[in-house]
Structures are given as structure tokens and as C-alpha cells.
Design a protein around this ligand. Structure first.
Ligand code: NAD
Length: 494
């Protein structure tokens, strides 16, 4: 009998009001049921929002450095449970242990970073335009925040939001992805152990269309942070717009790595292998387009092909595996649809392009690392986010042409250029339309203290990570202190 897990609302672990559950299964072995989680209702979200609103009254009064201390303790607990959490995460979402350890480490880094930000939380003072008057501005919390997250970074993404949001004085209703509910519950357990008061963080599991939509629509929830596909993010944004809520959107990508003729080829090769096939290509920052200068195209493809075919595919719980399974059947179907479309539109699949089904692999959602060459910028596989181990290679004729191709998609999350020419590198930094540009490094590799997010259809101008995330999780309060003892009228008594 599979273990049964619960929601955590108002400081109590509880089943959904529906009494129904959904299964959490291992994508590397579909027969393995990892647990049953509550299939929650609008009523559950309502209870969570009310609890978070109640808890906000006292949580906002706790000094930010003391709130930060809870994050520090949470980080220490994560350090002690790192291996255990990585193993849980690999079982429920498939990426290899080396990567899930990195995901937990990102949470730890964020905990320690945010803990110390509790001692800064800067506002600023400015001179008044009138005599004997002082102007101050400082940051205040927003209130109850809704958090809706995807499955591919099930510890990192929730911590990027929850830790800074808590330090800023907010409370949360958190809905994790259906594919990674266990890692999310572990994070809640850790924060409880770290001393978080009841009601400050509530977790409600269930379907996006029910629980996610209810969070977006709830009148007590004043801000929503959403990470996921652009399609869902647009639905969330429309509702938040109508209800004048703050909304932070971190959405899809179609990231390109450019390789110029003067690049260190071995370095660029290692970069694209990690960027395109790490996390089985299921990263918002994955390299899904490789833009090769025509002078090195054929040689680079030859080198790449040899290395790709040696990548070890398998169950991420086994050490040494480099490419884990696809998250679920629906997503593998989606990849197959794109691969068929790529072939139909005239691109040439030189490796992969099929399921990996040898031995035990047939029990999971495995798919071979796939490379298309002769891809043209107008093709569907060069434009839409596939979210799988599929790399589209496009030939370019110059730096300007490479940048033009890079910018020719609706997304703008991450980007990369391999070159030894410093001028080319800086031109790329200046002209690539993306929130992140790497020089001589792959499109993946965000660090906790740097702003993270994208432009165009990837985001709506907010950033997670670093100091920038506090801009989302706070409001400004402006204070004017008049110590003149008489009426002074701004703009009139100057
Ligand atoms: P998704 O959009 O399907 O789901 C994301 C979350 O939204 C899940 O928790 C889901 O249950 C919920 N949801 C679904 N329908 C909803 C609705 N109507 N209202 C409110 N919530 C709803 O995305 P996914 O498949 O879990 O994740 C993959 C996507 O996430 C990719 O597009 C990837 O690029 C993106 N992503 C972006 C970033 C980033 O920071 N930019 C990071 C990771 C993943």
C-alpha cells in the first residue's frame, strides 16, 4: 500500500476536503508508486488563504533579521538532509543524483543568502523639497502570496520564492507541481522544524486547473509567483491583471548557444552536451538551439555526434547516469510529436529521434538524446519550446547573423556564445535579447545571488534570485516627516 501524504494548512497536516488523492509515480519505473497526495479543492485553498492571512498579522511584526534566522536554520537542516532529499527528488522526477544534489544545494545557497538579506532590506532617504521636512522610503510586505511551481527544479524554484518572501514578511499558499509533491512536502517539514509559525506557509496539492486557478483567483492572495509554461503563465497573468494582483512570471525558453570559428571547440562541445542534455533537456534554460558558424559546422557536428552517442541513459538513482527519463507520458508524446514535425519540415535527424527501450528502460519514459541538423530558423523545432533532449542545429554565416537567429524567437531567457574574440563577446552581451548571457559557458548554471529571469515571452519584467526578487516580494512605503510646525504645501510653498 502506497504511503499517503497530506496538505499542510494552518499548522496542521490534513487530507483534502474531497478525500481524494492522486498518485506520484517514478518516471524511470512507471510501475513504482511513490505516494498518494491530496487532490485538493477550492475549499482547501480557501482555508489555506484564510490561515495565511491570519498568520500574516503576527509574522509581519517579527523583525526581518529574525525571520532570516529561520531561513538560516532551514538551510542548515537542508545541509544535513541533502542526500536524502536528492534521492527523493530523483525518484519522483528522474534527473540524476548529481543534478538533484545541485538542486538541493541551490536551495541551501538561497537559504543562506536570504537569511543575511534580512539584515539589509534597504529602503532609501532623499532630501525633501521643503525645509524642515524629511523623506524616507522603506519596504513593507505585501501579505499573502500564492506560489505555483513546475516540477523540473522542485527544491530550487520553491526556495527562490519562499525564502525571500518570508524574509520580506509575507505568508504563503504554495501549490507545487503534481509530478513533484514529495520534495515540496519535505521543504515544508524543514521550515516547520526551523521554527516557522503555524499558518505562515501552507501547502495545497492538486491539479493546476483547480488549485492553481483558485490561488490565482482568491481575493486574500495579493501576489502570485508563477513558474511554468508560457501558455499557463498567460492564463495566470490574465486573472491577476483583472484582479489587480502583483504577478511574477518565469516561463518558457528557446535558448541558443552560438559557436564562432575561433572558439575552443572542446569547451564548446562540453558546454552544449551539458546545456542540451543535462536534466534530459527539461530545463527552462536548456540549450535547444545550437548556432554553428559555417566554417566549423561539419567538424563540430562530427565531434558532437561521437560524444552524444556515449551519454549514459538510465535511472537517475544509479550513479554515473547522465540522462534520466522524461517526466511523464504526456511530455514524451509531446517530444515525439515535435520530432515527427522536424522530419516533416525537412530537418535531418542524425541521432536519437526514438525512445530508449533497452532492458529496464522500457519501464520508464526514456527518450534518446536527439540532434537535428539542416534546421532553418523558420521551422517549428527552431521556434517552439520542446522541453526534452532535442537539439536543433542552425548554420550561421557571421556574428550578426548568429545574433539575428538567436533573437528570432518569441522567448528570451538564456543564451551563450563561445568565442575568444572579446569584441564579439561584448557585442553578443549587448545585442542578444535575453535575461541571461553566458560567455564561454553553457546556457545553464544560475547562481542564487544573481537576478534570474527572461525577456519577451519568458517573463513579465520581474526577476527571481539575488536582490531583485525582493522587489517582487515587497511594496514601497513612503514617509514624509514635517518638523516645521506649520503647514507646508508641496509644489506650492517652494
Ligand atoms: P506548467 O505550466 O504545465 O505547470 C506549472 C504549474 O502551473 C504546475 O504547478 C501546474 O499544476 C500549474 N497550473 C496548471 N494549470 C494552471 C492554471 N490554469 N492555473 C494556475 N496554475 C496552473 O509547466 P510544467 O510542465 O510544470 O513546467 C515546464 C515549463 O516550465 C516549461 O515551459 C519551462 O520552460 C518552464 N520553466 C520556467 C522556468 C523559469 O524560471 N523561466 C523555470 C522552470 C521551468
Amino acid at each position: 500500500m502506497a504511503q499517503k501524504f497530506q496538505n499542510y494548512i494552518a499548522g496542521v497536516w490534513a487530507d483534502s476536503s474531497s478525500g481524494q488523492t492522486f498518485e506520484n509515480r517514478n518516471p524511470a519505473n512507471w510501475d513504482e508508486i511513490l505516494g498518494l497526495f491530496p487532490l485538493s479543492t477550492i475549499e482547501d485553498v480557501d482555508r489555506a488563504a484564510i490561515a495565511a492571512r491570519e498568520a500574516f498579522k503576527s509574522w509581519k511584526l517579527i523583525p526581518a533579521p529574525a525571520r532570516g534566522e529561520i531561513c538560516r536554520k532551514a538551510g542548515e537542516i537542508m545541509v544535513s538532509r541533502k542526500e536524502e532529499i536528492a534521492a527523493i527528488m530523483t525518484r519522483e522526477m528522474g534527473k540524476p543524483l548529481s543534478e538533484t544534489r545541485g538542486d538541493v544545494q541551490e536551495g541551501i545557497d538561497t537559504a543562506f543568502y536570504c537569511a543575511s538579506e534580512g539584515r539589509r532590506m534597504f529602503g532609501y532617504n532623499t532630501p525633501s523639497e521643503l525645509q524642515n521636512k524629511m523623506n524616507l522610503s522603506f519596504r513593507i510586505p505585501i501579505g499573502v502570496c500564492g506560489l505555483i511551481t513546475p516540477w523540473n527544479f522542485p527544491m530550487a524554484i520553491p526556495t527562490w520564492n519562499i525564502f525571500p518572501g518570508l524574509v520580506a514578511g509575507n505568508t504563503f499558499v504554495f501549490k507545487p507541481a503534481e509530478d513533484t509533491p514529495h520534495t515540496a512536502n519535505v521543504l515544508v517539514e524543514i521550515l516547520i522544524e526551523a521554527g516557522l509559525p503555524k499558518g505562515v506557509l501552507n501547502i495545497v496539492h492538486g491539479a493546476g486547473e483547480v488549485v492553481g486557478a483558485a490561488i490565482t483567483e482568491h481575493s486574500l492572495i495579493r501576489a502570485v509567483s508563477f513558474t511554468g509554461s508560457t501558455k499557463t503563465g498567460q492564463i495566470v497573468a490574465q486573472t491577476c491583471g483583472k484582479l489587480t494582483k502583483h504577478v511574477c512570471l518565469e516561463m518558457g525558453g528557446k535558448n541558443a548557444q552560438i559557436v564562432m570559428p575561433d572558439a575552443d571547440m572542446e569547451l564548446a562541445l562540453n558546454g552544449v552536451l551539458w546545456g542540451a542534455f543535462g536534466t534530459t533537456g527539461q530545463r527552462c534554460t536548456a540549450t535547444s538551439r545550437l548556432i554553428l558558424h559555417q566554417d566549423i559546422h561539419d567538424k563540430f557536428i562530427e565531434m558532437l555526434l561521437e560524444r552524444v552517442q556515449k551519454l549514459k541513459i538510465g535511472n537517475g538513482s544509479n550513479e554515473g547516469i547522465e540522462v534520466g527519463p522524461i517526466i511523464n507520458k504526456g511530455q514524451r508524446d509531446n517530444i515525439e510529436r515535435y520530432v515527427a514535425l522536424g522530419k516533416k519540415e525537412g530537418a535531418v535527424c542524425i541521432t536519437g529521434g526514438e525512445r530508449a527501450e533497452d532492458g529496464d528502460l522500457k519501464n520508464g519514459w526514456f527518450y534518446k538524446p536527439t540532434i537535428f541538423i539542416n534546421v532553418l530558423p523558420k521551422m517549428t523545432i527552431a521556434n517552439e519550446e520542446i522541453f526534452g533532449p532535442v537539439l536543433s542545429v542552425i548554420k550561421c554565416t557571421s556574428l550578426e547573423n548568429a545574433i539575428e537567429i538567436t533573437n528570432g524567437v518569441i522567448y528570451g531567457l538564456s543564451s551563450s556564445i563561445y568565442t575568444k574574440d572579446i569584441n564579439a563577446a561584448f557585442l553578443a552581451v549587448r545585442d542578444i535579447e535575453a535575461g541571461i548571457t553566458y560567455i564561454n559557458a553553457p546556457t545553464i548554471g544560475a547562481e542564487a545571488h544573481m537576478p534570474f529571469g527572461g525577456v519577451k515571452a519568458t517573463g513579465n519584467g520581474h526577476r527571481e534570485g539575488g536582490w531583485a526578487v525582493f522587489d517582487f516580494y515587497t511594496e514601497w512605503k513612503s514617509v514624509y516627516i514635517d518638523y516645521s510646525g506649520h503647514l507646508q504645501r508641496a509644489q506650492i510653498d517652494i
